[in-house]
Design a protein around this ligand. Sequence first.
Ligand code: ADP
Ligand code: MG
Length: 363
Amino acid sequence: MAQITLSNLRHSYRPDPADDDDYALKKIDLTWDDGGAYALLGPSGCGKSTLLNIISGLLVPSEGKILFDDRDVTALPPAKRNIAQVFQFPVIYDTMTVYDNLAFPLRNRGRDEDIVKRRVTAIAEMLEVTGMLSTRASNLSPDNKQKISMGRGLVREDVNVVMFDEPLTVIDPHLKWKLRSKLKELHQRVRATMIYVTHDQTEALTFADQVVVMQDGEIVQIGTPVDLFERPAHTFVGHFIGSPGMNVLPCEVKGGAAFFGGEQVALEGPAGGAADGKAEVGIRPEFVSVSTTGGGIAAHVRKVADIGRHKVVEAIAHDSRIHAILEGDAPNAGDAVMLDFKRSQTRLYKDGWLASRPEGDVR
Ligand code: ADP
Ligand code: MG
């Protein structure tokens, strides 16, 4: 196993890229620590598969280097990189049994049959497919085929990294959550570096210890699920993570204070040197409280959605839509209310990037 470093990486699918827009990956510098559970999260087309294929060697980057520990593997073909990759759609041999499919990556490397048997048995147990070992793969449901595909990725003990590229796409929704938690458990047992690619925040946040968020060929933030929730580095992360996402409200900065529709909004702490002018205030719906009597920003309720565990209130203030998540009683549509933002969770964003700092942070 190894630490994987991507250094000054850029990739264009065009023969003669001119500006940044011609690059599927604009500039990536990133280190994946040995044994980590990572998710690579971002919308479709942001460059996730491109990045994965560069790590595995299916693609050679236009610029930059890939290091496994201190070894430069940029020019090495996939077979020489000692990695396992699981794709969106099952890659298995239909004519072989499940056992032989799982054994293939080991036999291919000349491992002894007793080792093959031990590993295949262990992986089959983890994936709960022991009863299918002698079934021919062509007779499996798509779900089970993908499970076997994942098993083939996990069966070798000596890989540098196991990479999953949206592996649950073909899995039935009711099985998804089960496989997701299974993978997490497998990581804890196997302790290999794993990179899990998805456009689904729930999949990313349940699997990973560290989430790498991408947008338009660039990394916007790397952090724990809690970091991404509490301190989105960019409004994109604020929107993309959470349900509903962070409220991002237009504001005016004057002398280090933020004004929303002319009313001052108390920020978590210093405005981080944000210059006077247009900026945005970010506050998650979880930290907006709604009352009819208290202080705050006057608003009117447009909609209330009861989604079981809690209610989502959609209110309008100064022509902006603001969501609030409430656990208990909620107002009704049409009500006049006051909105209060939890100060320690009220962030300032300038040009999309987080500017404010926690209270007491005087850099
Ligand atoms: P993701 O996996 O995040 O959906 P991709 O890495 O597949 O994104 O794609 C990133 C960008 O590169 C997209 O704009 C996509 O259209 C483009 N792209 C991907 N593969 C190719 C290819 N083989 N040839 C040309 N363009 C490609
Ligand atoms: Mg992809």
